[in-house]
Design a protein around this ligand. Structure first.
Ligand code: HEM
Length: 484
């Protein structure tokens, strides 16, 4: 049984801080590496660890975590040989011709149009994640906001003196019922990291090495961790490579973090559902519109899975996640093969693989999602779909292998329009919608009897506005980085 070194792992990865309803993600550049290292030498201790469990009656708490881009580590002074031991995806970053094609960042979502992380933006070196909570157990976001922003102002007063320049920040929020802007309860299905202390269905328990360096992964081996190949800094601080290479491990208890700012086009989403289900007199058929949207997501707005509740939203907020498709829904008649849920985690039903093999395959592509909402708090529906200003999801996920986990999900499972069951259907939420060379529109197919229904002309409902790959180091490594 794995025991995680919780006091060395930054908390956002394991805990998610759902009770911290207000957060500020601050993207910074290092202007003076020596000053930043001095700051790190003092601040590594202030980073919230996974061991920190808020006390029930604790009033007003704040959390702080930090992550670096490749160019941030370079700017800090990590030697080329050491930088070279990070994975190719992290070294290249989110924006390269190959990666842009793979992720489907085209048209309005092209990196040239991004606000941050793109070729025309100032490079980001690090991200400070600032969280605030006024009182555990009460859902007053306005009070949490004050705590968060006060803490941020305190930190900000020292940015310049610490060799840091703020490029931009994005404020993140969670809603009491954890609904995203299209109006669906989110963040229900998460892998349970072995050794984290969380319990849940055994099919969801995933080896820690899928997400955290220094522990064995689902293949029974250690993930490819970055190692120190050229001596620098106080190496006595670092643990040895668990694999036994004799090199010091800079990855242990750290992870790789993917961040993408995804604007949600709520009106486009609901107009599409309304249009495809309208009554004969062209009025909105609210029940049918909601049903189609639930088919697209894979859950009702309450969070209830349509595999278990195929006809109607039971209406009570639901966290039900202990289900598969093989037994209850092998033909996709309840939850379509093309739904966002089934594509991003096909669970025990991957093509013709049996139940056991499918689960194994699905679990090799899991991610820990840590998204926050940005823009006004807004819960879309068929009749309420025009938010004030831009709204979206600051998508964030953790994985130890960006290529096999996040990128595989986005490219193979979400973007590819052809699968065994589907002909021209990308993921209806996050898949890239491109007309084929023959000019065919893309579809969403609802498996049905006697024949499947094709819902045509799938619109693009999200636009990528920024993004980057980050290294989310351990507390020990933060301390080490201050000595390089
Ligand atoms: C604005 C963009 C997005 C929206 C509105 C959205 C919405 C949702 C919702 C409502 C759920 C169901 C709640 C749950 O099961 O936890 C869900 C699940 C999920 N989403 Fe997304 N999502 C978005 C982006 C992404 C991206 C970019 C990825 C990865 C590339 C992703 C991967 C997943 C995964 C893995 C699940 C859980 C599937 C399962 O285990 O059954 N989502 N999403």
């Amino acid at each position: 049984m794995t025991t995680l070194e919780l006091n060395d792992i930054q908390g956002y990865l394991i805990r998610g801080y759902a009770h911290m309803m207000y957060s500020r993600f601050v993207y910074l550049q290092i202007t003076d590496a020596e000053a930043t290292k001095n700051w790190l030498a003092k601040s590594w201790k202030t980073m919230t660890t996974a061991e920190h469990i808020p006390k029930k009656d604790q009033i007003s708490s704040t959390h702080l975590n930090i992550a670096f881009t490749y160019s941030g580590l370079e700017k800090l002074g990590l030697k080329t040989d050491n930088l070279g031991s990070f994975s190719r995806e992290f070294r290249q970053g989110m924006v390269s011709p190959h990666r842009t094609r793979l992720l489907g960042d085209l048209g309005n979502s092209a990196p040239e149009n991004w606000r941050w992380g793109g070729p025309f933006n100032k490079p980001i070196h690090l991200c400070l994640m600032v969280f605030g909570n006024d009182k555990e157990g009460d859902d007053d976001i306005e009070k949490d906001k004050i705590v968060c922003i006060n803490y941020y102002e305190l930190l900000k007063a020292h940015f310049a003196g610490n060799g840091l320049e703020e490029i931009l920040f994005i404020d993140g929020q969670t809603q009491p019922e954890n609904k995203e802007h299209f109006g669906f309860r989110d963040g229900i299905s998460q892998p349970i990291i072995e050794g984290s202390g969380r319990v849940g269905p055994k099919d969801d328990v995933i080896k820690a090495g899928e997400f955290i360096f220094g522990y064995k992964n689902d293949f029974g081996v250690y993930p490819d961790t970055p190692l120190i190949r050229a001596e620098q800094g106080n190496l006595n601080l670092l643990p040895p490579d668990a694999e036994g290479s004799g090199l010091k491990d800079i990855g242990r208890n750290g992870s790789l973090m993917v961040m993408r700012q995804l604007e949600q086009n709520v009106k486009t989403f609901w107009s599409f559902m309304n249009e495809k289900t309208k009554n004969e007199d062209h009025s909105i058929n609210v029940a049918e519109s909601l049903k189609l949207a639930a088919k697209v997501i894979g859950r009702w707005q309450s969070g209830a899975p349509i595999t278990l509740f195929p006809d109607k939203d039971p209406g009570v907020i639901s966290d039900i996640n202990d289900f598969g498709y093989a037994k209850f829904d092998k033909d996709g008649l309840k939850c379509p093969f093309g739904s966002h849920l089934r594509r991003t985690n096909p669970r025990d039903s991957v093509d013709d693989h049996g139940r056991k093999e499918s689960l194994k395959l699905s679990n090799q592509h899991r991610i820990i999602r840590r998204a926050r909402l940005y823009g006004e708090i807004f819960e879309g529906s068929p009749v309420n779909n025009v938010p004030n200003g831009e709204v979206g999801l600051l998508f964030c996920c953790f994985n130890a292998d960006i290529s096999r986990q996040f990128e595989f999900l986005q490219y193979t499972w979400a973007n590819l329009p052809k699968t065994k069951e589907l002909y021209n259907d990308p993921d209806p939420i996050i898949g890239v919608k491109e007309k084929t060379t023959a000019g065919e529109e893309q579809n969403f197919t609802v498996q049905d009897l006697p024949v499947s229904r094709t819902i045509s002309d799938l619109p693009q409902v999200i636009t990528v506005k920024g993004g980057d790959y980050f290294f989310f180091p351990s507390i020990t490594v933060l301390r080490f980085l201050s000595t390089i």
